[in-house]
Design a binder for this molecule. Structure first.
Ligand code: SIN
Length: 508
């Protein structure tokens, strides 16, 4: 196996969290590794909504934090929400200074739009639905110009290097079919979420919880893995991944109707289309299950302005022969965001020395059980930069003996079978029976293919969803007991999941 010693910080993943970490680690040397070419294969570049931040007069970080806490159904860590919202405006301004072309008001301020569960318009957007792509273009240009950063694409994360004391000392990557060990003073996982574990997802399909699975196998504490956010309005045109119809459309007044054209959201929540995302996702799920169908009707709210105001949604619809200026858009809930992840402190430190995590693969506690819309790019920028600064201060450890965790890969047919099982068992509506069936499926796949990171991540989600017998935020059980009086986050190690599973399976 080839070996490479990097004297500095390793960042695995090139979404907004990874690149923010890399930029902030200056002047320390940073090596960024990505499987996909830059700005491909990362959710950040696909984000449509924008970045939530208290940028307008009359708004405040405290109000943004209060909305974040309220959306998270009792599980948001208020100290983390305070950091996110207080550092948010500066993070947006810093991205604007790098060249991200946020929409502006006539006075030159940031134009702010409304999304669900925000108490006021607060989302800084770029040309309607172009925020993610435009921000990532600006950040990638800055990163390529930064002398302390080297980027290598076509490097796929396959494992972690760990010394006898448990310190993470680097990674094992696959490049052109060969495994390469890369050691470093600190490793930041910014590997994204788990959308690719679900049959219907709005995220790049290659995001399958690899970072989370490997960190779990290395013994890291994982937080809240059962909390998965389903976006209510993926465009239901049979594409994988499913294109998104941004929530900003509902912010502009688009309405949800069934196949007969009847509005249905008022039956589910007083805030109707602008109810929390989990409520809207379940309403759409219920309408579809009842055979009535679900469509987003933006004819009146957006109409002729569609190509100009929402070019990505417009293009996706036209490609499926739907003209959203004159036709309602068929929609379905899809896996969109993982609130759970590798547990970190406010500076991205995980429970394993030398290992940091940022962005969707991390769980800072800022999203609780249900992420507030457009807080994810913000979290990636704010906490990515914090992780980069902290990791840069890690000294190069003494050379020593290391073990390596290189997990097997899941072959494509097995992955597709896992995706279907996850959507069935750990989707918008869950039950003990469905989750047990899912765990059986995962066990069967594991018996044949070994502990692939995708299976480890899936099992963390399923086992913790089974253990959480209440309804909270994005986690909804049709067989739920009363909600727990005291909201508690999940903190769990892989060994706990294996032990609990063994006990449960032995008992049945
Ligand atoms: C959207 O544009 O609807 C998604 C925004 C988000 O996930 O925060």
């Amino acid at each position: 196996m080839r070996r490479l010693a990097h004297d500095g910080v390793l960042v695995v993943g090139a979404g907004l969290a990874g690149l923010s970490a890399a930029l902030a680690a200056a002047p320390r040397k940073v090596l960024v590794l990505s499987e996909a070419p830059l700005n491909r294969g990362c959710s950040s570049a696909w984000a449509q909504g924008g970045m939530a931040a208290a940028l307008s007069e009359g708004d405040s970080a405290a109000q943004h934090a209060a909305d974040t806490v309220a959306a998270g159904s009792g599980l948001v860590d208020p100290a983390m929400a305070r950091i996110l919202t207080e550092e948010g405006p500066a993070a947006v301004r810093a991205l604007a200074a790098l060249g991200a072309p946020f929409d502006r008001t006539a006075q030159g301020g940031f134009a702010q739009s409304l999304e669900a569960a925000h108490s006021r318009p607060r989302v800084a957007r770029v040309k309607g639905d172009q925020a993610g792509a435009a921000i990532m273009d600006a950040v990638a240009v800055a990163m390529l110009a930064a002398p302390h950063i080297e980027v290598r694409t076509d490097h796929r994360l396959r494992g972690l290097l760990q010394d006898a004391a448990g310190r993470v000392r680097g990674v094992v990557v696959e490049q052109e079919g060969a495994l390469v060990e890369i050691t470093a003073s600190a490793t930041i996982l910014a590997t994204g979420g788990i959308g690719g574990l679900y049959a219907v997802t709005t995220t790049p399909a290659e995001l399958r919880g690899e970072g989370l699975g490997l960190a779990a196998l290395a013994g890291a504490v994982i937080a809240d893995p059962e909390f998965v956010q389903f976006h209510p309005t993926a465009i239901d045109i049979g594409r994988d991944p499913a294109p998104l119809a941004t929530e900003a459309l509902r912010g502009e007044g688009a309405v949800l109707v069934d196949a007969s054209g009847a509005h249905f959201m008022a039956r589910y929540h007083p805030d109707a289309e602008l109810a929390p995302r989990d409520v809207v996702a379940r309403a759409i799920h219920a309408e579809r299950e009842a055979g009535r169908g679900a469509f987003l009707d933006a004819r009146e709210a957006v109409g002729a302005a569609f190509p100009e105001e929402f070019p990505a949604v417009f293009a996706a619809c036209l490609a499926a022969a739907i003209d959203p200026r004159t036709q309602p858009i068929p929609v379905a809930p899809a896996c969109h965001y993982h609130m759970g992840g590798v547990a970190t402190d406010a500076d991205g430190r995980t429970s394993l020395t030398g290992l940091y995590a940022a962005g969707e693969c991390a769980s800072t506690g800022v999203h609780g059980a249900n992420r507030l819309a457009s807080n994810s790019l913000l979290e990636a920028a704010v906490f990515g930069a914090r992780a980069g600064r902290a990791a840069a201060s890690e000294a190069q450890p003494e050379p020593g003996r290391m073990g390596r965790i290189v997990a097997p890969q899941l072959p494509e047919p097995a992955l597709q079978s896992l995706r279907r099982a996850m959507s069935r068992g750990a989707g918008v509506v869950r039950s003990a029976e469905g989750l047990r069936r899912l765990l059986d499926d995962i066990h069967r796949l594991e018996a044949v293919h070994g502990r692939a990171p995708a299976l480890v991540a899936a099992r963390m989600v399923a086992a913790c969803a089974l253990a959480r017998t209440e309804n909270r935020g994005g986690h909804f059980r049709s067989d739920a007991a009363e909600g727990d009086a005291i909201a508690r986050r999940t903190f769990v190690r892989w060994s706990d999941v294996v032990a609990a599973d063994a006990w449960k399976f032995a008992a049945e």
